[in-house]
Design a protein. Structure first.
Lengths: 748, 154
């Protein structure tokens, strides 16, 4: 493509495919990720971590480590200058462990040294006297064990009062008459293992002391301001003395919502008065962030012979691991979306998230809806079988639509084209069965050359899912953006956007540029570095919210700038500028009643919804238990595609992560210890595992959203695990109620 | 120990310790952080470089082994200020999201097209199966490889 054409593509407006402005530095190897940062006089940090899942900490001796060559500081909980605990929503997690450790890999001490090897070796010489305790590893029995957090951090926040030990949050949703009976009933119990975000850029960052008692932290994160608001109290500093700057983010997927090195780096930098850099390795990354909650879900679906659902019962258990993170919101989502995007007149949902000594869990793409979708879609297929109906037809007969009431009492308003998404997905033409013989790379087992196709069976599956867009239950955050309009030397106008919205790879930077170009009618728009120093919070790049929220904020700031420009006569003199910040808020949400799970005080607990359907073709070698996903077709409700190429990219990538959970991804533990913390043992999909993904968009604008947009990152991950397993069931006839599906599960 | 090597056409020297990987030397001593550190055990391909023309994971090569050899990194692919056609194709196809895997994939694709200018789809999938990407699901990467192959043929 010629240079002028490229320039056009970099100047696109809302709705046009636009090339990422960071793509050229990224392909050239010049983009500065958090693990690439250097500063003059920099030291290297290293973290001493617990080898136990549960132990008392009697003593920590740092003397030997401190005496080693090149070592400048060894810090423990005694050196934390301010609050000793932090947390995304509840301050329940020690900055550095004191009294006890509650999970494998929990930070106990941090070291700073001249060379990374010196830091690593010194960390090995920190002597910690542990008294191992029996770990709580069975979530079903966590409530029978002594409380891990006697302070009950998550109680007293308006949630349901549940006095059982180690219950992080429980929710009961009663809707209609839960005793209502139908002509048929199907039940199933479904399980999901622990999935890791496995972003490729390991946790890293650079903390730089400012010489005046404050600190600048350059880090890969999802929400700069919430990092600052956790870091500053632990340092005993006012917020303005802690500035968080976004360093290049190598993927996030929820795994960077919680802190990793931020406080540790800042403590060492302030203690040594030197910049301090942390770069976790892959093994450390597996304990350096939270994971997707493993789940056990039991569901009963009652329906009439016409296929219409009468009543759904769901019992959901999520293992939150050692600390709260965002578990209270994840369990709420799992409960809210337990019945799927179906009109369900009666329901009883009982959802519980518990503390254990297993790896801490929190946000991951799909956020509770992934687990529920796997269960409710398994149920819909069972229902179809029980009624001898087509699986697509059963879904269509129950498809949720605007005007319907959700189990939480919220009436669906706005856009939710469930039936359209189902019909269009079902209409995607399936690929013809491939002939034999063929290249083994196109058979289950691939280059392993394990079959010539003898025991290979084909299966087709269908699934439907949905989830919320933006935060819920009254957690009404906001998003700020600043736009500076200025006259260039030649008199032309240009604009600079200031936003703290984290670009994590999803493309929100480009969205903001497109919005500003659209509203201001200018080509020359640049984005200033993302930081807490020059602009208020943008909220988190999560919950499929950032495109919506940042588009709203940048649009408002642009409108204000335009209005001021008109007041000044429509032009600016060289050197003159207009610089205005505006805050965008979405429609208000309300909490769930702690006893009934019904939304109280207003009309909605969720801002909006997005749905997605997927059809999958697999081949299974039933003799060896090997699978090949042949083809995936999907139709997604996206509101309006701001940058179509980027939307398709989100769908393809989100689908791959669901494929991983269906077929291969699981963090394995023994007595709470992670046993597969590497890409050798924790497998994620490769180029050979991913089939072609045919995707289509349903663009029905969301009335409450700027430009009608919806977030697009999560729905494909919600639905693809369920769809792939449905295809495996079709091929094998097995129930396959647990993911990831293992070879033993599908050998006949 | 001191090593001498040619990196992206330039003679370079470095003082390395016995356990240091070529990846660490490139990133931390030679100011070439383009090769990435996603797993550092040869599973992800994000550190792919050419060592005497062979595609290798720089994390699996000791710096000392590179003494006297020639290395090409992602920073060495562009010529005369113009992106390599593979880099250009990745930009155009939307094959870059977070981009952490991109340098390794760009180098691996360039190596593939050098030895097989018009690879079949299956050949591309197999050749790139050692390079993990967590964001894209690979579809746009395949598009980019096809486009780069076509650009090379024209």
């Amino acid at each position: 493509m010629s240079a002028p054409a490229r320039r056009e593509l970099e100047r696109g407006r809302v709705g046009e495919t636009v090339r990422r402005s960071d793509a050229v530095p990224k392909v050239a190897g010049e983009f500065a990720y958090a693990s690439d940062l250097h500063a003059a006089g920099m030291l290297w940090g290293h973290t001493v971590r617990s080898p136990h899942a549960h132990a008392l900490v009697h003593a920590i001796d740092t003397a030997k480590a401190l005496a080693m060559p090149g070592v400048h500081a060894v810090l423990t909980h005694e050196d934390v200058p301010g609050e000793k605990r932090y947390g995304l929503e509840f301050r329940d997690q020690p900055v550095l462990a004191f009294e006890r450790v509650r999970y494998f890999g929990e930070p106990v001490a941090v070291v700073a040294a001249e060379h990374p090897e010196q830091a690593r070796r010194a960390a090995e010489q920190v002597r910690v006297e542990y008294e191992p305790l029996d770990p709580i590893t069975d979530p079903e029995r966590a409530h029978e064990q002594p409380p891990m957090h006697p302070q009950s951090w998550t109680q007293g926040h308006g949630y349901r009062d549940d006095p059982r030990p180690n219950v992080l949050r429980s929710i009961v949703i009663r809707h209609g008459d839960p005793d209502a009976e139908g002509d048929v009933s199907v039940t199933g119990t479904y399980e999901l293992g622990i999935q890791d975000q496995a972003f490729l850029g390991p946790e890293s960052g650079l903390a730089v002391p400012d010489g005046e008692g404050g600190v600048d932290v350059y880090v890969a994160t999802q929400w700069l301001h919430v990092d600052r608001d956790q870091v500053a109290p632990c340092l005993g500093l006012p917020a303005e003395q802690v500035r968080i700057h976004l360093a290049g983010v190598g993927g996030a997927f929820g795994g960077r919502e919680d802190l990793s090195m931020q406080i540790h780096g800042a403590m060492l930098a302030l203690r040594t008065n030197r910049p301090v850099r942390f770069v976790y390795n892959r093994e450390e990354s597996f304990v350096g962030h939270i994971h997707r909650h493993p789940a056990r879900i039991r569901m009963e679906h009652r329906a009439n012979s016409d296929g219409k659902l009468v009543c759904v019962h769901a019992t959901i258990l999520l293992d939150g691991g050692a600390y709260a993170s965002s578990s209270t919101a994840v369990i709420s989502n799992a409960a809210s979306f337990a019945c799927g995007p179906y009109a369900v007149p009666n329901a009883l949902v009982e959802a519980t998230c518990v503390y254990t000594n297993n790896p801490p869990c929190g946000a991951m793409r799909g956020f509770g809806s992934v687990q529920s979708c796997f269960a409710h879609e398994g149920q819909m297929d069972r229902l179809a079988a029980a009624l001898e109906l087509d699986p697509v037809e059963v879904r269509l007969r129950n498809a949720l639509a605007p005007g319907d009431v959700l189990p939480t009492g919220q009436r669906v308003t706005g856009s939710l084209p469930v039936a359209d998404v189902i019909r269009r997905t079902a209409a995607l033409p399936l690929p013809a069965p491939e002939e034999l013989p063929r290249d083994p790379i196109r058979l289950p087992g691939g280059a392993g050359n394990t079959t010539r196709g003898e025991g290979v069976r084909r299966g087709v599956g269908f699934a439907l899912g949905f989830k919320n867009i933006c935060y819920s239950e009254g957690f009404d955050d906001y998003c700020a953006a600043r736009v500076r309009l200025f006259a260039e030397a030649d008199g032309g106008l240009a604009a600079e956007i200031h936003s703290a919205a984290a670009e994590v790879g999803q493309g929100v930077a480009g969205v903001m540029e497109q919005v500003a170009r659209t509203e201001l009618g200018l080509d020359d728009v640049v984005l200033a570095p993302h930081t807490t120093a020059t602009v208020d919070s943008a909220g988190s790049s999560s919950a499929s919210r950032q495109t919506w929220m940042s588009a709203g904020a940048v649009r408002l700031a642009c409108l204000a700038v335009k209005e001021e420009l008109e007041r000044r006569g429509g032009s600016l003199a060289p050197g003159e500028e207009i610089d205005l910040e505006r805050v965008y808020r979405h429609v208000r949400t309300y909490p769930l009643d702690p006893d009934t799970g019904q939304v109280v005080g207003g009309d909605r607990a969720h801002v909006a919804f997005a749905c997605s359907a997927m059809r999958v073709v697999v081949e299974v070698d039933v003799e060896l238990g090997l699978t090949r996903v042949v083809w995936i077709g999907t139709v997604q409700d996206v509101g309006r595609a701001v940058n179509p190429q980027a939307v398709y990219g989100q769908i393809e990538g989100g689908t791959a992560q669901g494929l991983g959970l269906a077929l291969m991804e699981e963090i394995q533990t023994k007595d709470g210890l992670i046993t597969n913390a590497s890409f050798t043992d924790y497998l994620i999909p490769t180029a050979l595992d991913m089939p072609p993904v045919v995707s289509e968009l349903v663009e029905e604008p969301e009335p409450d959203a700027p430009y009608g947009v919806k977030g697009v990152g999560e729905p494909p991950t919600v639905v693809s695990t369920a769809a792939i397993v449905a295809a495996l069931r079709d091929a094998t006839g097995r129930e396959l109620t647990r993911v990831p599906v293992r070879p033993d599960d599908i050998c006949l | 120990m001191r090593i001498e090597l040619v990196v992206n056409g330039e003679p370079r020297e470095a003082d390395v310790w016995a356990g240091e990987s070529l990846l660490t030397t490139l990133r931390e001593q030679l100011e070439l952080p383009g090769s990435k550190n996603a797993c550092e055990q040869g599973e992800c391909g994000s550190c792919s470089v050419l060592l005497d023309g062979q595609l290798v994971c720089a994390c699996l090569v000791l710096a000392a082994q590179a003494d006297g050899h020639e290395v090409v990194t992602v920073e060495g692919l562009a010529e005369g200020g113009r992106l390599h056609r593979v880099q250009e194709a990745f930009v155009e196809a939307g094959a870059v999201q977070c981009g952490f895997c991109t340098p390794g994939l760009v180098v691996a694709t360039a190596a593939l097209l050098d030895r097989s200018p018009e690879p079949s789809d299956d050949e591309v999938r197999e050749a790139l199966s050692g390079n993990l990407c967590r964001c894209t699901g690979y579809a746009k990467i395949f598009d980019a490889v096809r486009a780069a192959a076509a650009a090379g043929a024209s």
